[in-house]
Write a protein that binds this ligand. Structure first.
Ligand code: ADP
Ligand code: MG
Length: 444
């Protein structure tokens, strides 16, 4: 039920709002007309109940019914960042090319694409293809993990070609849509029309081609379409979540054709790129939330801590801005940690407090047992405070939890230790360097 309801809700609220607000929710049960929804954080449940209750009620009532009330429960265990790509809703049956192509997202332009080391090659190749001229990279095959910008670049290419060559017939669609159309054509006995439509485009762009792996007749049809267009010197752009050679259940001859042009990958983001993207998104959000203040260090914190993919990073920022504007407050580090607790937890680097204690003890040449022991001499107490500080910074553990792992110390002791290091850190260069080094060692 929830799976279907989610699809419905996505159509109603749009992909962005969906991934920010609805996706983290779980339906845990329906009883006596009350549907219980589990939310990873209090903030999320407040927001959703305020803004999306009616939509959720309506959909649940229609699909599972009767549902008259929603009850939200906050359970930290339900935190799970699902990085599934947005499911595009199938468009109506093919009548002409306009209906065949998937709509382009107006935000996915080259101007809005932040370039860094991990994506510079893919970006350059995309630009080259978009600028037209003799078809040199054909096909262009872009691949990379979820949320790294494949779809963004594909839309940017399509848009740019359309601007430069208004007469060109650019057809962009997902492999899923390709299959859907093909199956529909088979059913309606309009395969000839289908072939005709595809084989008369100037540029064919197929997103997430891994989707048709294992779907034999669709693969076959795709292969023929592909060959016909390449033979006519038409540009083809393909994306997938992995390299052509690594797509399972795809015929060898198709894989080798896919590789015969230019294959470039989008690497996982690095810190600089994430920070650049956050800054750029912040600038564009400013128009939407005028007067919004962000404390220094917040974007850096996010770039450090949210490493999974750009979509998650964007969703986090959007939620944070909405929250801050709702509260009418400046975005601080504390607010960020509270508001994004679920996302931060899902992105935890899996550094454990024990590891931190071990590394710090090693570094300062003290015994591991002293980390949790009672000794108060400076040579032991200071490293212990550094370990507390790093535990707060690098894990999502609460102060009481950290306290327990430091020999059952009280949370105020931990807070005091963290504050102390924060103060010392800004005054003492060599301590700051020590901490950075330790952090890097732990992140490696
Ligand atoms: P993919 O198709 O690889 O799964 P998308 O292209 O859908 O990923 O990107 C996910 C989100 O991240 C989109 O909103 C996109 O605009 C954004 N994004 C990804 N990379 C960048 C980038 N380099 N600069 C700006 N936004 C980006
Ligand atoms: Mg995509």
């Amino acid at each position: 039920l929830w799976g279907q309801a989610r699809e419905e809700l996505q159509k109603i609220v749009g992909a962005d709002s969906f991934s920010t607000w609805i996706e983290p929710l779980r339906l845990t049960g329906v009883e006596d007309g009350t549907a219980t929804i589990a939310c990873p954080t209090r903030f999320l449940s407040d927001w959703v109940s305020r803004h999306y209750s009616d939509d959720i009620l309506k959909v649940l009532d229609r699909m599972g019914g009767p549902v008259q009330r929603l009850s939200f429960e906050t359970r930290s265990q339900t935190a799970r960042q699902v990085a599934a790509p947005a499911v595009k809703c199938p468009a109506p049956r093919p009548a002409g090319e306009e209906e065949l192509a998937a709509p382009l997202d107006s935000r996915f332009t080259f101007e809005n694409f932040v370039v860094g080391k991990p994506n510079e090659l893919a970006h350059a190749a995309a630009r080259r293809v978009a600028e037209g001229g003799p078809v040199t990279f054909n096909p262009l095959f872009l691949y990379g993990g979820v949320g790294l910008g494949k779809t963004h670049l594909m839309h940017a290419i399509a848009r740019e070609i359309q601007i430069r060559q208004p007469e060109a017939r650019v057809l962009y669609l997902s492999a899923e849509q390709f299959m859907y159309r093909f199956v529909q054509a088979l059913r309606d006995r309009t395969v000839m029309d289908f072939k005709e439509l595809f084989r008369t485009v100037s540029v064919l762009m197929v997103d997430d081609v891994q989707f048709i792996a294992g779907k034999d007749s669709t693969q076959e049809e795709f292969f023929h379409t592909f060959n016909t267009l390449v033979d006519q010197g038409k540009q083809i752009v393909i994306s997938a979540d992995r390299a052509p050679g690594e797509i399972k259940d795809m015929e060898e001859r198709i894989k080798s054709r896919l590789q015969c042009g230019l294959v470039v990958d989008l690497h996982p983001t690095d810190y600089e790129l994430r920070l650049g993207i956050l800054q750029s998104k912040t600038d564009s959000f400013r128009a939407q939330y005028p007067g919004l203040q962000i404390a220094p260090g917040v974007l850096e914190f996010l770039a450090h801590r949210i490493t999974s993919n750009v979509r998650v990073l964007e969703g986090a920022l959007q939620r944070l801005f909405a929250f801050a504007s709702l509260m009418g407050r400046e975005i601080t580090l504390d607010m960020t940690q509270e508001c994004l607790a679920d996302i931060l937890r899902a992105n935890d680097r899996k550094v454990s407090i024990e590891e931190i204690q071990r590394k710090v003890a090693e570094h300062y040449n003290i015994r591991l047992a002293d980390m949790i022991g009672p000794k108060r001499v400076r040579t032991v107490a200071r490293p212990r405070q550094i370990a507390m500080y790093l535990s707060k910074q690098m894990t999502s553990r609460s102060l009481p939890e950290i306290g327990r792992r430091f020999g059952g110390r009280d949370h105020t002791t931990i807070m005091h230790g963290v504050k102390k290091i924060e103060e010392l850190r800004s005054a003492d260069r060599s301590l700051a360097e020590d901490i950075d080094l330790l952090r890097r060692l732990l992140e490696a």
